[in-house]
Every structure is written in C-alpha cells, then in structure tokens.
Design a binder for this molecule. Structure first.
Ligand SMILES: *Cc1c(COP(=O)(O)O)cnc(C)c1O
Ligand SMILES: [Zn+2]
Length: 418
C-alpha cells in the first residue's frame, strides 16, 4: 500500500509538473491516478484531490499571494486545473466578509460576521464548485455532464457549461423554486423535472449515466467540485489575516461546502500558513430535513435517510448525503456541532438581516442566524468569540418566500400620516 502510494505519487509528479499528485478515497484510503475521468472509489465513497503540499509551500508565499487578482484562481497552487487556458471563469471569488454589528449586538456577540456568497456569478456559492468542476472536466475532455440538483448547482453548472461548450443534463425536483428552471433553460441545459426529491433525481441521473455515458457530476460523485468550494476556506483564512474565526456556521445540505472549508484549512495547516487550532464547525439544517444534525446528536458516524424531507430552505433538502460521514468527522474533529432550525425562524431571520444589516439573503443563509441565536442563548457561543456565518445565496433569487403588503395609492393621493 505504502509503496504503491509513493510510486504512484512520484510517477505522476514526473509526468505532470503540477501540484496534484493523486486522488484518494476518504473512506478506505485507496489511491487513484488523477489524469483520467473518475467518479467514486470502488468502495462507493467520494474521492478527494491530494496535492504535493511541500511543493506548494515552496512555490508561493502569503505576500506574493496578496498581489494576485481577487478571484478564486489566486489559489491555483491548491486547485486541480493544470493549464490556465482551461480555466472557465465568470469572475468568481473574493466575496465580502461583513461585520454584523447591529444584529450581533442584539445577540450579545460583538464579533459576528457574515461572508456573503450571494454576490457570486449565478447568485450562489455553487459557482465556486461549478467553475473548478467544469474547468477540470473540460481539461479531461468531458463533453456532456449530468446532475441531479435542488436548483442552485444546476443553475451554476448550466452557466459554466455554456461558457465551456459542454452539454449539461439537469434533473431537479418539480418543487424547486422556479427561478432555477429558468436559469438552467436559458443557459441551454437539457432540463428535466421530477415529481420527487433530489434523491429521486439522483436515481434517474445514475441510470442515464450508466446507459449513455454522460459524466456524472452529482454532489461528491466527482472529486473537483469540492476543490472549488474549498476556496471559501482559503478566502476566509486570507480575509481574517490567517487568524481564523473561533466558529464557522454553515447551512448544510449535501455537505460539500463544509467539507471543502475543512479540507482547505487542513491543507493550510500542512503548508504552515495557519496554526494548530481550527474553528469549531457548525452544520445547520432545517427541522424538516436534519439527518446530519440527528446523527451528530446521537454521536453516530453516518446519517440515516430522512423521510418526507421538506423545508423552505430548499437547498438543504437532502435526505441522505453521500458525504454525511465526512461532514460528521469534521464536526467531531473540530468539536463543532449540528443545529436544526425551524422554517418560521428562517423566514423571520431573512427579514431581520435585511432590516438590520441591509443584506437580502437566501433562506439557507438565514438558517445560520437562527443557529447562532440558539447557540448564543445556550452559551455554546461566548460573547467575545469571532463567529462567521456563511450566506450561501442571494435573496433576490427567492422573492417567492416573502410576501409584502403595501398600501395601494391612486395618482393624486396624499401619503397618510406616519
Ligand atoms: C446547495 C446549497 C446549500 C447546501 O450546500 P452543500 O454544500 O450541499 O451542503 C446551501 N445553501 C444554498 C443556497 C445552496 O444552494
Ligand atoms: Zn474507497
């Protein structure tokens, strides 16, 4: 096993002068060559991209990094795309970290921050995964991809595939917000709706892939999407001047976001850019679909399928995530936790954040505020700790979740007294 690994690593290094060495199964440790199109390990678990981190460390310094363009490709030594000409970009990365002064004061948290991923192309953090995933797929010669989605991933992959000239086949629940159908369709994806959940869409895609040879880019079934999402963790470290927050709170569906952040921070530790202590990772789910939170409460290594999953935070409607055990490992390793929040509180939090901080965020992002509120009340969050919430998408995509009553005037009417 050891020799295989070493030989494999060296061989690949000589052939490809890049920093990726191989792919590695996150369950059984089996290694794979990274220059061919690959999905899961033979044992059925996701593969992670591994790098020669010594070489990365010798090639780039924090000071040189600081001079680069503010997009996610500034971290190219830790990304899997070999040739810059294969990069498919819509200008993704370096989203703002904002101090939530008013909201934080209300919760007794003076160092409460939000990283706003709603400003990315296609309006969600899924753009990061799509940018890197599509770039790498194109580099490996893929011509058609297929994926199940709750919406935002479909929108992002459709857009990046359009730019790359790669065909995209997207299957999403008919109950997903309508905006997602439109963004896929307008970008030229072949769009199918299924009367069921993302797990049902996944079954349809799996059969199509087996029969027609499309590249299956379902969550965690290919290794590169996570590398894109990893850049959230790299950005967080850089934006906090390499002094990490105490806690990172993430709305968790398939889990790629939180797994990616954790992977980023561990890689940064290995190149010696951050210290030993990692932030406590918090996975937030909705009460109507909280398989990972339930597993965490029971101290289990894996989650169980959540029947009748339903929540207004549609991106969190994942009844059983393929990478649940990796998310849970991250929560245990960092002494983090899982928190489930109600739809009512989520809708309220969308309004609070817009009213107090001027940020119109998605319901999934709002779920992190509900979680922070619970954890501050429980004393799990200490008043002076630095807490970073991730808003994963733009509220402008979710106008249907809010209703607004405004008085209607006729021309010539006067405004009533306040
Ligand atoms: C996909 C999605 C999530 C969940 O992200 P995972 O990486 O699958 O856990 C959260 N919020 C929004 C807006 C999403 O689109
Ligand atoms: Zn394996």
């Amino acid at each position: 096993m050891l020799t295989l690994y070493l030989t494999g690593g060296c061989l690949i290094w000589y052939i490809f002068p890049m920093f990726v060495t191989h792919l590695e199964c996150c369950r059984c440790g089996q290694t794979y060559e990274s220059e061919q199109v690959t999905n899961l390990c033979r044992c059925g678990s996701p593969l992670l991209v591994r790098y020669d981190l010594e070489k990365v460390k010798a090639s780039i310094t924090k000071d040189r990094l600081a001079l680069r363009k503010p997009d996610l490709w500034r971290y190219r030594e830790l990304l899997p795309v070999k040739e810059s000409e294969n990069i498919v970009s819509l200008g993704e990365g370096m989203t703002p970290v904002l101090h939530l002064r008013r909201l934080g004061a209300g919760l007794g948290l003076s160092n409460l921050y939000m990283k706003d991923e709603g400003l990315l192309p296609t309006g969600s953090f899924k753009a990061r995964g799509a940018a890197v995933g599509v770039s790498r797929a194109g580099e490996l010669g893929v011509e058609a991809v297929a994926m199940p989605t709750n919406g935002n991933a479909g929108g992002a992959w459709s857009a990046y595939c359009a730019k790359a000239g790669i065909k995209s086949i997207i299957v999403m629940p008919a109950s997903a917000p309508e905006i997602h159908r439109k963004e896929c369709a307008v970008a030229g994806a072949q769009l199918y709706l299924v009367d069921g959940l993302i797990s049902d869409a996944g079954g349809i895609v799996a059969r199509a892939v087996a029969q027609r040879g499309y590249y299956d880019v379902s969550t965690l079934k290919e290794p590169y999407r996570i590398e894109g999402k990893k850049t959230m963790g790299l950005e967080i470290a850089e934006q906090f001047s390499w002094q990490l927050p105490d806690v990172i709170v993430y709305p968790t569906g398939g889990g790629v976001g939180i797994i990616g952040i954790h992977k980023a921070l561990k890689e940064l530790q290995q190149i010696g850019w951050i210290g030993d202590k990692l932030p406590r990772l918090v996975a937030v789910q909705a009460e109507g679909c909280a398989p990972i939170v339930r597993a965490w409460q029971k101290k289990q290594a894996e989650s169980e399928f959540w029947p009748d999953a339903k929540t207004v935070a549609f991106g969190l409607t994942v009844p059983k995530a393929l990478g649940d055990f990796i998310v849970l490992r991250g929560l245990y390793e960092t002494e983090g936790c899982g928190v489930a929040v109600s739809d009512e509180d989520i809708i309220e939090a969308v309004k609070t954040l817009a009213g107090e901080e001027g940020l119109f965020i998605c319901p999934e992002g709002a779920a992190t505020i509900c979680a922070a509120t619970q954890l501050a009340n429980d004393g799990w969050l200490k008043p002076d700790e630095t807490v970073l919430l991730l808003n994963t998408g733009c509220g402008l995509k979710y106008t249907d979740t809010l209703s607004v009553d405004a008085p209607v005037l006729k021309p010539g009417d006067d405004l009533p007294d306040l």
